[in-house]
Design a protein around this ligand. Structure first.
Ligand code: BG6
Ligand code: MG
Length: 215
């Protein structure tokens, strides 16, 4: 029998592809500030908090601002981002995710969301997954940003399982690092070159069975 009792899923880039919406909103802010922001630069924003994302963006543009100015910029970016999010539908759940979540549930494996996003609940509602997870830890509950393990440790705590009994699914290097810092097994979603610290990397959930977590 597998020692794994719970799976903790990152949201952006694992359950849904919201990275493209984050990118469009950040790119718009960069344009307004007078510089280009490329998809390569955007890779560095995956998994990190909104304010850290802004700091990285401003570093790329070689600009610096006061905290009050930065807060206004982050709010503006989030309003643009929300315009995309409010149009999301269940069709945007990534391929294979719903089948995999159902299979885990039917085998008694608990599932949690572990996301840095303060918009996680809204996104879950938009795609109809608001009642799916046994616990939801988002950027409002976990105040320490990935790679700090807090978000995943809180997930394990709410599910009442030990970190060593959890598998984390993550698409971002900072998130993989957070899972490893939490003492959890981590399966990367995406490219092995970006997610080199993950215990295993898969391209996505299509045709994935619960065999994957029989460790
Ligand atoms: C993470 C994303 O899930 O959430 C990051 O990968 C994002 O790119 C972070 O910056 C915070 O999101 P939000 O929705 O609170 O701005
Ligand atoms: Mg992610």
């Amino acid at each position: 029998m597998s020692k794994i009792k719970a799976c903790i899923f990152d949201l952006d880039g694992v359950i849904v592809d919201t990275a493209k919406y984050h990118y469009l909103a950040w790119k718009r802010l960069a344009k307004e500030l007078g510089f280009e922001f490329s998809p390569e630069h955007n890779e560095r924003l995956k998994g990190v908090s909104r304010m850290t994302s802004l700091d990285i963006l401003l570093e790329v543009g070689g600009l610096s601002f006061t905290l009050a100015e930065k807060e206004k910029m982050a709010t503006k970016k989030n309003e643009w981002y929300l315009e995309y999010i409010r149009r999301m539908t269940p069709e945007e759940i990534l391929p294979g995710v719903e089948d995999f979540l159902s299979a885990l549930k039917s085998q008694g494996v608990k599932i949690a969301l572990g996301s840095a996003s303060k918009n996680a609940l809204l996104i879950l509602e938009q795609v109809g997954l608001q009642f799916t997870f046994d616990a939801v830890i988002d950027g409002n509950k976990a105040l320490k940003a990935k790679p700090d393990p807090q978000v995943f440790l809180l997930g394990a705590q709410e599910l009442q399982v030990n970190p060593a009994e959890c598998v984390v699914f993550e698409d971002a290097a900072a998130g993989v690092q957070a899972a490893k810092n939490a003492g959890m097994y981590c399966i990367g979603i995406g490219s092995p070159s970006v997610l080199s610290l993950a215990d295993k990397v898969i391209p996505g959930f299509l045709n994935v069975t619960t065999e994957l977590i029989s460790l």
